[in-house]
Design a protein around this ligand. Structure first.
Ligand SMILES: Nc1ncnc2c1ncn2[C@@H]1O[C@H](COP(=O)(O)OP(=O)(O)OP(=O)(O)O)[C@@H](O)[C@H]1O
Length: 240
């Protein structure tokens, strides 16, 4: 199954921020890094892919046997956008009740999903936090909580926006570990936007480079720390 983005444009009022995007995303269990300077359009592209923002023109198509399903219908159930910062979950709900709430939104069986949620909480060393309200967590705990929720829901596509910001060193290791685990478990595609070269090179199997709303390069393989930095400088070299 594949998502095909075709000639997609997105504006905020008069300001165009995505230009004629053409990109195919295969829903295998690989992790793709979305890389680009501040303001390049990474979050916007991920929000469009999650169905919470609509493009102004162009199409997103599901290349699937079930051709009757519109992308937006599929995306609202099968994707989850985890925003940067502290806005991922509902403030006055505990982490486990957030999971229950999101199960309702995504049509996931809460009772069946709970044991997986608990095992992921253990892997992320968050089992002591699952009954704490989201607004009583630290910044880094909130990020880990939103990530745990996304992984436990098992949505087919997870869109992670700067997931390692504000994580302490242990939590960064936990993040890399669980992201690598998702590849072995096999059913979740992850698109991760990040400026963290260490995270990207530890987990990504490929990259999409975006500059000023244009996709300018793709790499279909992992990269070493040094290679990614070199590619970044080649791709985003300032002209003039
Ligand atoms: N709600 C909005 N209204 C108007 N302009 C917006 C809005 N959100 C983003 N933009 C603009 O769209 C452009 C792309 O922003 P976006 O957040 O997608 O970039 P980004 O690549 O994720 O950046 P960063 O790495 O800094 O998070 C920027 O110029 C930004 O100022």
């Amino acid at each position: 199954m594949q998502i095909d983005i075709q000639n997609l444009n997105k504006k905020y009022n008069a300001r165009q921020v995505l230009f004629d995007i053409n990109l195919s995303i295969n829903l295998d269990s690989k992790i793709i890094g979305l890389v680009g300077p501040n303001g390049a359009g990474k979050s916007t592209l991920m929000r469009v892919l999650s169905g919470v923002l609509l493009p102004n023109s162009g199409k997103i198509k599901l290349n699937d046997a079930d051709k009757k399903l519109e992308y937006i219908q599929w995306a609202l159930k099968n994707t989850l956008y985890v925003p940067a910062g502290e806005r991922g979950l509902i403030n006055r709900l505990s982490l486990v009740n957030n999971f229950r709430y999101f199960c309702g939104l995504k049509n996931v069986n809460y009772k069946k999903g709970l044991s997986y949620f608990e095992s992921m909480a253990q892997t992320l060393e968050m089992e002591n936090l699952i009954n704490r309200d989201y607004d009583q967590m630290s910044t880094g705990q909130k990020k880990s909580a939103a990530l745990l929720n996304a992984l436990a829901l098992k949505t087919k596509l997870i869109l992670l926006d700067e997931p390692s910001n504000e994580l302490d060193i242990d939590a960064q290791d936990g993040l890399k570990h669980v992201l690598n685990l998702t590849k072995n478990k096999g059913n979740q595609k992850v698109l991760v936007s990040s400026h963290d070269v260490n995270l990207l090179t530890s987990v990504c199997d490929g990259y999409v480079f975006i500059r000023e709303g244009h996709i300018i390069a793709k790499l279909d393989s992992p990269a070493s720390h040094e290679d990614l930095i070199n590619l970044y400088h080649q791709s985003f070299k300032k002209e003039g």
